[in-house]
Design a protein around this ligand. Structure first.
Ligand code: FE2
Length: 249
């Protein structure tokens, strides 16, 4: 990506669909109406929609607090710092600045993804046993239609994630806004999902998300996540994907 296209990206808020609440510029609006509303302002750590111990015993309070206040906070801080550094290069066209901009591009890509992915992740979880944690609505019907039942869906998702996320990365259930089909996806590092796919569920497979509680047992971590998925939030994301079908046909 060259400087011109990066500048365009910063102005437009990336190639993602803001209408789905999953682009960088749209994040503050969907997680906290009081935070920045454009790329020129600083991004802030969105508060969790529940207490740190709300997902216990499935995800420990220790993990949630460290994950949120240390890891996600670092993505936000590094993103803000890189954006400020990039702004400081405006009008400078020497080779040293070009090299600096290339590094900043990578830093922005990584930390922007970390901010987007984690913001979607927190909102995609809910306390076990809450009304939100139960498969429901059109999303459940679409899953049953494709995978047979929720257990088969969970098993297939777990197999895909275990097989394809070999290092740090994310497992996803996504909806294609063109076909309205559900499928699985995985991304490396902090790469986000982008159009035509939108996120229904996101599962953080970085070790910082589970190691303090589940060590190297990814299967048990995935079982735990299953108990605290927020199906209400996922259903709203699915409805947004289906609405695209209704408005574009
Ligand atoms: Fe994480």
């Amino acid at each position: 990506m060259n400087l011109l296209s990066l500048a365009a990206l910063l102005v437009s808020g990336c190639m993602c669909a803001a209408q789905y609440g999953q682009s960088l510029d749209d994040l503050p609006r969907i997680v906290d109406n009081t935070t920045a509303s454009n790329a020129a302002e600083k991004y802030t750590l969105p508060p969790l929609p529940y207490e740190y111990d709300a997902l216990e015993p499935h995800i420990s309070s220790q993990i949630m607090k460290l994950h949120h206040t240390a890891h996600h906070q670092a993505y936000v801080d590094n993103l803000n710092r890189a954006l400020a550094d990039l702004a400081g290069t405006v009008g400078q066209w020497d080779m040293a600045t070009k090299d600096k901009i290339e590094v900043l591009e990578e830093t922005i890509h990584f930390n922007r993804g970390g901010h987007i992915n984690h913001s979607l992740f927190w909102k995609g979880l809910a306390p076990a046993g809450s009304p939100e944690s139960v498969p429901q609505g059109d999303l459940e019907r679409a899953i049953v239609e494709k995978w047979g039942n929720a257990d088969e869906f969970r098993a297939a998702l777990s197999r895909t994630i275990i097989a394809r996320v070999r290092g740090s990365g994310w497992g996803w259930v996504v909806c294609d806004v063109n076909t309205q089909k559900l499928s699985f996806a995985t991304t490396r590092d902090q790469d986000p999902i982008s159009l035509p796919q939108v996120v229904i569920f996101g599962i953080d497979m970085w070790e910082h998300a589970y190691y303090l509680q589940y060590y190297n047992n990814k299967q048990n971590y995935l079982k735990a996540i299953w108990a605290v998925l927020n199906w209400k939030e996922a259903g709203e994301r699915y409805a947004a994907c289906m609405k695209h079908s209704a408005t574009s046909s």
